[in-house]
Design a protein. Structure first.
Length: 448
């Protein structure tokens, strides 16, 4: 990330032809840029209709709405402006080139606007991550979760816990300071222990959420697995109503994993078509089968697909991972005679035809129900990032060490509390997190 003393600009609306495009500018030279390109500068937070000119030649580039937001009362905490120009590519290119010709102004890097807002204390890291998730949201449930987090739901929870830990830490430190006064020291340490004892169940409950926030953010992973030629690729195509996967009578056609994403009741569901599982001779097919088994073990839900006329009810041992569910599905029921009474058809497995669509709605409804149950959308803040979970687990570990440690070792117990509070602070950015800033803000598009 380049110096914050630069004035940055970028197209913040979508790329391509549009009715209106929004160009954002932030930094110390914003006022100068506005005066030279669209003067006179409008009153703060009021839209004004202006001719936008090139600062060098004076050529009129466009007629636009101009907004001026002097810092610190702006989104980034510094002087900021927006130019609402016509969305033609030539107009946008001309305005950006004109801004770049002004000394001290340069094109923004991905996430630089949001990072400046964070560094000025306008947002915390959880809100910054939520902004990126909101831009990437593809379903209603994802949008609602990102909005809650952007509104500070997670930050309020973690900051509340951290405040309690700092209070417990202060009591423990006072116990050290007044160690010669036994009554004062004992009372302070007892108060700290009560705070931690009340906090630990809350942290454990927050962690024991079945990864609902992460599933809603990233999607429920569903692997379609089974022997060759049972219709796995046909089923994938039936789900998405298009030819996403190659279908052939030849065994081993699918070698690599093919993924598609569905929106089922607001929860993203990622379907994976995998190679047919069998004893293969070729290196390429063996690698495809290995990948299929790995994907099934990592999935949240596995559809074990079988040919209804030749069902093989025994998937490989350990196919589904410890955290995954498994549904038994019989395909090609359209090939069975009406009078067929195959014994496996009495077991209550899903019966369908990927060719005709018979039975498919019932399977889709079941997957949607399982996805909704796993995502468990709720007003209660949920962990949405692996980074958050890692730090909360570190906090829990430190708190458990505090409760398990000898109460008399006050210096060690104070260190346990410091470690727990630091872990929470790393989530919101309340403590030094320089090592994660680049990773977080690199996910943003330019102009955010």
């Amino acid at each position: 990330m380049r110096p914050a003393s630069d004035t940055i600009f970028a197209l913040s609306s979508g790329h391509g032809r549009a009715g209106v495009a929004v160009v954002r500018v932030s930094g110390p030279a914003v006022g100068v840029a506005l005066d030279r390109m669209a003067g006179p500068r409008p009153p703060p937070r009021h839209a004004a209709f202006r001719k936008v000119r090139h600062p060098g030649s004076g050529e009129v580039l466009d007629e636009a709405l101009v907004l001026w937001f002097p810092g610190p009362k702006s989104e980034t905490g510094e002087d900021m402006a927006e130019l609402h120009v016509h969305g033609g590519r030539a107009v946008i290119a001309g305005v950006l080139a004109a801004l770049g010709s002004i000394e001290g102004c340069r094109l923004a890097e991905p996430g630089e606007f949001a990072r400046r807002a964070f560094e000025k204390g306008k947002i915390d890291l959880t809100a910054a991550e939520a902004i990126a998730d909101l831009v990437d949201a593809e379903t209603e449930a994802q949008r609602r979760q990102a909005l809650r987090q952007a509104g500070g739901a997670l930050a309020r929870l973690y900051d509340g816990w951290r405040t309690e830990l700092i209070r417990a830490q202060a009591l423990t430190e006072s116990g050290i300071d007044f160690s010669e006064e036994a009554d004062v020291s004992a009372t302070a340490c007892e108060g700290a222990r009560e705070i931690v004892a009340a906090l630990v169940p809350q942290v454990r409950q927050h962690l024991d959420d079945g990864r609902r926030g992460e599933i809603l953010r990233e999607g429920l992973h569903v692997a379609i697995a089974g022997p060759p030629n049972v219709g796995k690729s046909s089923l994938l195509n039936a789900f998405v109503q298009r030819e996403a996967a190659i279908v052939s009578d030849e065994a081993g056609t699918t070698r690599d994993i093919i993924e598609v994403t569905l929106d089922l009741g607001g929860v993203p569901v990622i379907l994976s078509d995998t190679a047919g599982i069998r004893e293969a001779e070729g290196k390429v097919e063996r690698e495809g089968i290995r990948r299929a088994i790995v994907r099934a073990r990592e999935a949240d839900l596995v559809l074990w697909l079988m040919d209804a006329s030749e069902p093989q009810p025994a998937p490989p041992a350990g196919l589904a991972g410890s955290g995954s569910d498994l549904l038994w599905v019989l395909n090609k029921i359209d090939l069975l005679g009406e009078d067929c009474a195959h014994p496996v058809l009495e077991r209550g497995w899903f019966r369908l035809s990927a060719l005709t669509g018979e039975g498919l709605p019932a399977l889709v409804e079941t997957i949607a129900r399982k996805a909704a149950a796993r995502a468990g959308e709720s007003e209660v803040p949920a962990i949405t990032q692996a980074r958050h979970r890692q730090q909360i687990e570190a906090c829990e570990e430190a708190l458990e060490a505090y409760l398990a440690g000898a109460p008399g070792d006050l210096e060690l117990r104070a260190d346990d509390l410091r470690r727990a509070a630091t872990a929470l602070g790393r989530i919101t950015g309340r403590v030094d997190v320089e090592d994660v800033l680049g990773e977080i803000f690199s996910r943003f598009c330019i102009g955010k």
